[in-house]
Design a protein around this ligand. Sequence first.
Ligand code: NAD
Length: 257
Amino acid sequence: MSAEGGWATYPSLAGRTAFVSGGASGLGAEFVEQLAGQGARVGFVDLDVERGRALEQRLAAGGAEVRFLECDVRDVPALRAAIGRVAGELGVIRVLVNNAANDHRDKVAEMDEALWDDRMAVNVRHHFFAAQAVAPGMRDAGGGSIVNLGSISAHIDLMDLPGYITAKAGVEGLTRTLAREYGPWAIRVNCIIPGWIMTERQLADWVTPEAEESIARNQCLPQHLMPDDVARMLLWLAADDSRSCTAQQWVVDGGWM
Ligand SMILES: NC(=O)c1ccc[n+]([C@@H]2O[C@H](COP(=O)([O-])OP(=O)(O)OC[C@H]3O[C@@H](n4cnc5c(N)ncnc54)[C@H](O)[C@@H]3O)[C@@H](O)[C@H]2O)c1
């Protein structure tokens, strides 16, 4: 479904620098594209070099100022370096989107310490260190917007995701504490909680006929939720239009019950 009169535009994002982790595919790629579409300069990192480069080239060919860097967000020094490079090349980062994650399924009985630490590193640790890295620049520039990606999985009945769900619940707490810490610097910190979004990977790996039945039963709205549905929430939270909103969770789930 498209908006009858077109979607909103956000003039405050034009010329602003944004940083997106996990931006080569899925929701992250949609965030990169939509931010660039508003005239923002966008730096993004991912493990997937092929898709990252392809997105960078496609958007640059359309006139956008985008920079892709290969980076594993579990490697905090590498993440700090990527953030520093984007700020140096594209300008002070005013919008941070902590999006990279991995929802690998794990059996509770098979979890060990190394796997647990890895699940935390990819699903919650980098959010903190990316925020810590961008905050001084945001403060000096007069403020900024940090958006963390949580998940509906921390609120509903799901199995085989113990590390992911624990980390995603942690993202909500992290959002609130960072909002309190950084509020005096006019840095807002919010959490988007997506429902079941039809990214390529979800469609390929998890959206079975049984899953379709579950969506039909549990969502109030009948439509498939698409990446751009979440990106429009992200744009609003990134822009000055939401300047008095912080420490909140913004649920885009079609009314999952
Ligand atoms: N799609 C959904 O239904 C859904 C639902 C709830 C929450 N979310 C959340 O939204 C965000 C995006 O989800 P998605 O569905 O687009 O995920 P996805 O798996 O499709 O994409 C994640 C991206 O992050 C990258 N990535 C993974 N590990 C990385 C690492 N160590 N370093 C750098 N990049 C890495 C991947 O290469 C990929 O490009 C995640 O935080 C996810 O938890 C998604």
